[in-house]
Design a protein. Sequence first.
Length: 272
Amino acid sequence: MKLGILKYSNRKSLSPKLHAYFMERLGIEGEYKTFSVPPDELESFILKSRNNSLDGFSVTTPHKETVIRYLDELTPEAKGVGAVNTVAVRENKLIGHNTDILGFRKALNGMDLNVENGEVLLFGAGGAARAVVCSLSKMNVSVIYVVNRTLKHAESLSTLIHDAESSKLIVVKDSDSLSENISLAINSLSYGVFQPELLTSLPNLKLLYDLNYGANALDHSTLDGSYRYSEGMSMLVHQGFESLKFWMQKDLPDDGLTDSAIKKLHGEIESE
């Protein structure tokens, strides 16, 4: 299989190492390359991808939403979230999918924290945040508070909640608007933009889950230690495994593969 990741940032991605590990363990012959594509060259890349023998590619910041206009089809997951992180090339057609929704849910399931009927705080309103909102809504979270510099983007997340009785989304500007019942905070913002001071007003906070990982993760010294912290390595691995299934159009046995991949990638970071 010929796969890759479509990105445009200086932030290092572990996806090539992750998928090389998956393919080695599963006996899949192939490669996974990095394609650094600026926004003004996105259309050109998409046109070429139809004819350069790619079987599929991952999509990351800043292309998760803008890539949609160049695709032929979207899966229900991608349509529902309005963002794509996985594209399959099938018979010269480009099919967009989103595995962040399931990837986040599986990652959170491993955190031993029940958020059903609970209250959650989300930082950010980009493509990854959209998937988180969809996932939280499916998990029957009661209230999702959103903090984002651009209020219009934050307010647009409310369109992702289709069942008005399952979850309520509230956009907030400061800690005075937050509930003391929040038990989970999720950061989807880049390092340096996140506001850890907002967490000091949350006495019942149990976990801060950072979608970033490695060098891009939050600085632990900015956190007060009264709650658990987890970077987003588990979400990266779970969404990556779901993407591989989508590209191959079949279910694949996990058998501890995702757990071993998380440990391996943590080891890669520590050795750098």
